[in-house]
Design a protein around this ligand. Structure first.
Ligand code: 1CP
Length: 350
């Protein structure tokens, strides 16, 4: 068998096809498609113990990643993991507390950056790469396997705040008041994210997505300096090693900065959040790159005619161009699974 056929990253999958030409029907996958809205996820999660125990258990992580594909006709599986395995791997332990979310001992000064270790991360995250490898073996060849990582700015907010944040007081303090010190952390994260994504490609991921969920809270200079520049560096390094693997960027809240974002960062697709106007995105963003999005997860939770209207609007605006159907943010935990089934049927045109 020729080498290219053995290398899954070189094979065409249902999602990677969307990067070549518009499909008759857009491919579909959903952010947070594995998770608490599925009763079988809650069962596996209880068996695993803590959330991170689940992320680091390849057998169970494979199981939860496959659960949504058993129920729904989706075109891709996404690795089951979290963006915060990077600080956890680098040596800043992360815990997920019920009703609180992630809890970290926050980094308080540049001296706290020194112990962060890429070598440690590679070893610590070996079970994650094993999960990718096992998932690739379980999935039909044409179903895409999406690897992912948080982007430096979003990961850094958790490392500096020590938890989820509403105002990003500490993240913004470092970003704007101590840019030279903050750059040291961001450079560590550029290396960590690149290594993490490369390892996932080497284990069998054929599409990558970067989550910069808090990109939208920065001003113009901050967005260019802490969102675009680090992502451009990561994508440059990735493309040198894995030129054929498409990279999707989810920079939530980028607004008018979605225009030209693919060219400024080098990514192959831009994931649009729920507030982006459909006609504007068609003319300004889809004309220059592949777009992904952007059904409001709250509308998926509501289902029925409200959802049918919203999905029809998105398809009418975007389905004739290069497009991957998705939500504008992750599935909400109290979403009825039958709404997801109805969504997939509508996008398939059934
Ligand atoms: O109790 C549980 O079961 C944990 C809930 C949960 C799940 C299912 C968390 C905690 N993370 C995940 C999985 C996850 N997270 C995936 C893989 C599953 C899939 O997509 O099917 C992915 C891609 C993520 C990404 C992630 N984690 C992001 C970026 C996307 C987004 O939603 O904006 C962020 C910000 C996180 C951090 C995180 N993980 C979990 C929590 C509670 C949080 C904090 C969120 C916040 O600060 O608001």
């Amino acid at each position: 068998m020729p080498v290219t056929e053995l290398n899954s990253s070189a094979a065409t999958t249902r999602l990677s096809a969307a990067f070549q030409a518009p499909a008759a029907r857009p491919p579909i996958w959903l952010m947070r498609q594995a998770g608490r809205y599925l009763p079988e996820y809650r069962e596996t999660r209880a068996e695993a113990g803590s959330f991170l125990d689940l992320c680091y258990n390849p057998r169970l992580a494979v199981e939860v990643a496959l659960q949504p594909l058993r129920r729904f006709d989706l075109d891709a599986a996404i690795l089951f993991s979290d963006i915060l395995v990077i600080p956890d791997g680098l040596g800043q332990p992360v815990r997920f507390d019920e009703g609180v979310g992630p809890v970290l001992m926050r980094l308080e000064d540049t001296a706290d950056f020194a112990p962060l270790s890429l070598e440690r991360m590679r070893a610590h995250l070996a079970p994650v790469y094993e999960t990718v490898d096992r998932l690739r073996a379980e999935l039909p060849r044409d179903v895409s396997l999406i690897g992912f990582s948080g982007a430096p700015w979003t990961i850094a907010t958790y490392m500096l705040e020590g938890r989820s944040s509403r105002e990003f007081t500490l993240g913004k303090y470092w970003a704007y008041a101590r840019p030279e010190d903050f750059r040291v952390l961001v450079e560590i994260l550029v290396e960590a994210v690149t290594a993490h994504l490369s390892a996932q490609v080497e284990a069998g991921a054929d599409v990558l997505q970067l989550f910069d969920s808090w990109a939208g809270v920065l001003d113009d200079w901050g967005f260019r300096t802490w969102v675009e520049a680090p992502i451009r560096a990561i994508v440059g390094k990735l493309k040198a090693r894995h030129p054929k693997v498409p990279v999707i960027l989810f920079a939530r809240g980028a607004g008018a900065r979605f225009a030209g974002l693919a060219a400024r960062t080098g990514v192959d697709a831009v994931a649009l959040d729920c507030t982006v106007p459909l006609a504007w995105a068609r003319e300004t963003v889809q004309s220059e790159t592949v777009i992904q999005g952007n059904l409001d997860p709250a509308i998926l939770r509501i289902g029925g005619p409200a959802m049918e209207r919203a999905v029809a609007d998105i398809l009418a605006a975007w389905a004739s161009g290069r497009f991957i159907f998705n939500l504008g943010h992750g599935i909400l935990p109290d979403t009825p699974p039958q709404h997801v089934a109805a969504l997939v049927r509508q996008v398939r045109g059934a």
